[in-house]
Design a protein around this ligand. Structure first.
Ligand code: AMP
Length: 281
């Protein structure tokens, strides 16, 4: 069955009534990465809701808000027999939207350093979606590792009674993490893009073999730069806190630009002593 489309919270509530809801927030242009989250969500509640909203607040002035791919009817086709309802609000903001969330310093690090205001935009829209939809569960991708981490923090610290589920990265067969922005890549850039996961994988192997994480990350950044990527960052952080990599479970995160396209990726490194005991995220 084709999903129903609700464009206001009132319409959505009329459909969902008191049923339990699993929510997967997206900006549309759905691909297999999104669909894997939505499949997981389907098992977690009575009604499977997918939100599709290109959130203006998380785009910088010179970013791709206007050109971001939008095709609601193609997205609804992909959600056939998978989602019950698509929540596609015209707009979620009031004018003027003067209330802002204050986020911890982590929101100004990594991607937040290179995209000022990005996580505040994400956090604001996620709060609006949570309050409009009242899901029991919400599914986010580990592709956006820092984002999922910050959403966990805000859910806990603002007392949302919502289970946050983190789903693994879905990759193309050659290893490139799926992204709605991959369509921006010219063929030569697309071919080159696989060096990002390959370089991260090599650095992760070095870390797991005992090379200091910061050294492996710096070598990966240098190698990517040499291969014509503009590197925003390659950093090794603690998997659970996203602080300095002091634990045995480390996450290696990277953001690069290839031409006009910004790509992010990450890979987990479990140090040998932690391998037997590491819990799942
Ligand atoms: P977006 O539409 O880019 O805002 O992404 C919506 C959700 O899908 C976020 O929670 C992303 O982390 C997740 N997502 C995007 N791409 C992937 C992927 N390749 N694998 C897993 N999750 C993904």
């Amino acid at each position: 069955m084709q999903p129903l489309v609700a464009t206001t919270a009132a319409e959505l509530r009329a459909i969902t009534k008191n049923a339990s809801i699993a929510l997967t927030p997206t900006m549309g242009a759905l691909h297999e990465g999104h669909l894997s989250l939505i499949k997981q969500a389907k098992k977690l509640a009575d009604i499977n809701v997918v939100s599709i909203y290109v959130n203006p607040l998380q785009f910088g002035e010179n970013e791709d808000f206007d050109s971001y791919p939008r095709d609601l009817s193609a997205d609804c086709d992909k959600l056939r027999d998978l989602a019950d309802v698509v929540f596609a609000p015209q707009d979620l903001y009031v004018t003027p939207q003067t209330v802002r969330l204050a986020l911890p310093p982590l929101a100004d690090e990594l991607c937040g350093h290179f995209r000022p205001g990005f996580f505040q935009g994400v956090a604001t829209v996620v709060c609006k979606l949570f309050n409009s939809i009242s899901p029991q569960t919400a599914v986010f991708g580990l592709k956006d590792f820092q984002q999922t981490h910050i959403i966990r923090l805000l859910t806990a610290q603002l007392n949302f009674n919502i289970d946050i589920v983190a789903a693994p990265i879905v990759r193309e067969t050659d290893g490139l993490a799926m992204s709605s922005r991959n369509i921006y890549l010219h063929p030569a850039e697309r071919a080159q893009a696989i060096l990002l996961p390959q370089t991260l994988q090599m650095a992760a192997k070095q870390i797991m073999e005992g090379v200091p994480p910061a050294q492996a990350a710096a070598a990966a950044a240098a190698s990517l730069t040499q291969n014509n990527f503009v590197v925003d960052y390659v950093e090794a952080r603690d998997y659970s806190t996203l602080g300095a990599p002091i634990g045995e479970r480390i996450i290696l995160l990277a953001a690069v630009k290839l031409g006009k396209t910004r790509l992010i990726d990450n890979i987990e490194c479990v140090l040998p002593t932690a391998a037997k005991t590491a819990p799942n995220f």
